[in-house]
Ligand binder design. Structure first.
Ligand code: DON
Length: 568
């Protein structure tokens, strides 16, 4: 009998000799994140006895250094934690509107949205939450000192690291785009003398800021020299953040939203993210569908997902916002019965036009047509430790390099998250997403997000940790990875790396990445009445999945965007 497991293994090996194989496997711990240095920072903490939360804080600070497009001190994010004892918790360190913000702040005298005002410069900046969020995570769920977990980031900022192709490319692009933002061009673009891939990038100003935070905690950022400089830099570009706003910033501990999909438990981010509710509502709509005879990315598959996505995004436009300011009908949106009712007009042979899909109880939004566009920088990372604690983090400045305002002398960028509010009810934001009263600007309110850090478990045990950047496409990206794995039996590294598509209700278009829809399938979909638009940029999923063969964990970075993982 003792040969039996060996036999099974050799059978598995012979059957899968040419199957795709993962490149990252760890028995004890895995970190998957945009940059290798950030993954290594996390693994160093895990190897030294830290837990997944300690490692996540280390990775977040390291990404501030290595991935300034999205890793941040001047932004915010969400951390979803699933502890080995089954406890689940969400930490919300989303930015808040400044105390002087008001609902019409991005409108001109005739009530029109002023182009770019919510996107670049000081008014675009929400009060940053990352430093306070990391502190809360560490205090409540970590086991190491701030001194230890911040050490790798400080070393990276001081000693520098090798600039990747991806970073050099982004810096080159920033050099042109950030004209007039002199401090940004000084710090990240050497005043126009562009960095080449392979050069060493040192950030002494950022090292000083990190050191201050390491020493003083929240007071090192929300008070004192950093706070004063932050207010000054924001206001020199027309911003309204005050010292009081910084001192009042509070991260929140929230209860994750949970759902069930074919026996798997899915936990994700509650409002002020729209991610968790929209994801679970889409999974609920998908559950009655039988995928056994549906070909992957066939017209039938794409139609099912597109129709589900349209309905969930229509509801998102009206019913989701900061729960401290707006009563979100969470229970209803998450119920299987509501999902069933939502799909009663689904017809597998025809398109339901978006103009005939109304948000729940609201018919006023029909007929709005949008031109969405996309920036590509938020970042997601996943961590698992030797005890089975899992952490899923999505963090951002919103667009790549945020508002372009760098805090003078302190080496970090400020976000442009104010654009995630609905500047005017019914008008699209820069992701083409429509918002309404639920997401109108109010002082100290959190802007609605699509970030969807998610953890899937079975019988209380974590099986998958995932999330992605990509603005409005984040939620459908996470949905597709789960659909690929659970309904199409893909291993995690395939589920993450195959191409993706996206529908967000308005505009009434299926966007698709390279290779996501074959020419024959496109003909079929068009003959049904779907409009198809090719598009790059479908997030960077950084996932970890439990390994069924050896136990332990498989790391699955998104190779389309040269992401990384490390394990031990
Ligand atoms: O919170 C949100 O939904 C957006 N600020 C995320 C922005 C984003 O993902 C940008 N690009 N990848």
């Amino acid at each position: 009998m003792k040969f039996f497991p060996t036999l099974i293994l050799s059978l598995i090996f012979s059957l899968t000799a040419w199957a795709s194989q993962p490149s990252i496997y760890g028995k004890n711990g895995v970190v998957v994140a945009h940059d290798l240095e950030a993954c290594q920072a996390g693994i160093e903490i895990l190897k030294n006895g830290g837990n997944a939360v300690d490692a996540a804080v280390a990775v977040s600070y390291a990404l501030t250094v290595t991935h300034p497009q999205a890793g941040n001190l001047g932004g915010g994010g969400f951390m979803l934690i699933h502890l080995a004892d089954g406890q689940k918790v969400a930490i919300d360190y989303r930015e808040m509107a400044p105390g002087e913000a008001h609902r019409d702040m991005f409108l001109d005298d005739s009530g029109r949205v002023v182009d770019q005002l919510s996107v670049r410069g000081g008014l675009a900046v929400g009060v940053p939450g990352t430093v306070a969020g990391m502190q809360l995570a560490l205090d409540k769920y970590g086991s190491m000192s701030r001194k230890k977990v911040m050490k790798p980031a400080i070393k990276l900022a001081r000693q520098g690291f090798q600039i990747s192709y991806d970073l050099a490319y982004s810096f080159g692009w920033l050099n042109k785009a950030a004209e007039g933002f002199n401090e940004t061009r000084r710090v990240f673009c050497r005043n126009g003398e562009i960095y080449m891939p392979g050069e060493t990038f040192k950030q002494p100003d950022l090292a000083k800021t990190l050191k201050l935070i390491q020493k003083k905690g929240n007071a090192g950022f929300y008070e004192g020299a950093v706070a004063t400089a932050l207010v000054k830099s924001s206001s020199s570009y027309g911003g309204m953040i005050t010292l009081a706003d910084l001192q009042n910033y509070k991260p929140q501990i929230r209860k994750p939203v949970t759902g069930n999909y074919r026996g798997f438990e899915v936990s994700s981010m509650p409002p002020p993210s729209s991610g968790g509710i929209t994801l679970i509502s889409m999974l609920n709509m998908l559950e009655p569908m039988v995928f056994d005879s549906v070909g992957w990315h066939s017209a039938q598959h794409i139609q099912i997902l597109a129709e589900v996505e349209k309905r969930a995004y229509a509801d998102r436009s009206v019913w989701l916002g900061d729960p401290d300011y707006f009563s979100v009908p969470q229970e209803k949106l998450l119920s299987k019965e509501y999902a069933r009712l939502r799909m009663t007009d689904y017809d597998s042979l025809s398109v339901t036009p978006s103009d005939s899909i109304y948000p729940l109880n609201d018919r006023d939004l029909a007929g709005i047509h949008l031109n969405g566009h996309e920036s590509e920088e938020t970042t997601h990372f996943s961590v698992i430790d030797q005890w089975g604690n899992a952490v899923s983090v999505t963090t951002t400045l919103n667009w790549s390099f945020g508002s372009y305002v760098t805090v003078e002398g302190f080496g970090f960028l400020l976000n442009n998250e104010m654009d995630d509010f609905s500047a005017k009810p019914g008008e699209p934001n820069s992701f083409g997403l429509i918002g309404n009263e639920a997401n109108a600007i109010e002082p100290n309110k959190r802007m609605l997000s699509s970030m969807t850090p998610t953890i899937v478990s079975r019988d209380g045990k974590v099986v998958l940790v995932l999330g992605a950047p990509g603005g409005s496409t984040i939620i459908t990206t996470v949905l597709q990875v789960i659909n690929n794995m659970i309904d199409f039996g893909m291993p995690v590294h395939d589920a993450v790396n195959v191409p993706r598509f996206h529908h967000q209700w308005q505009p009434d278009v299926i966007y698709y990445g390279p290779g996501a829809i074959s020419p024959d399938t496109a003909v079929l979909l068009k003959s049904m009445g779907y409009e198809l638009t090719p598009r790059y940029g479908y997030g960077e999923v950084n996932a970890i999945s439990r390994d069924k063969i050896f136990g332990g964990w498989i790391g699955a970075p998104d190779l389309k965007t040269a992401s990384h993982g490390a394990a031990y």
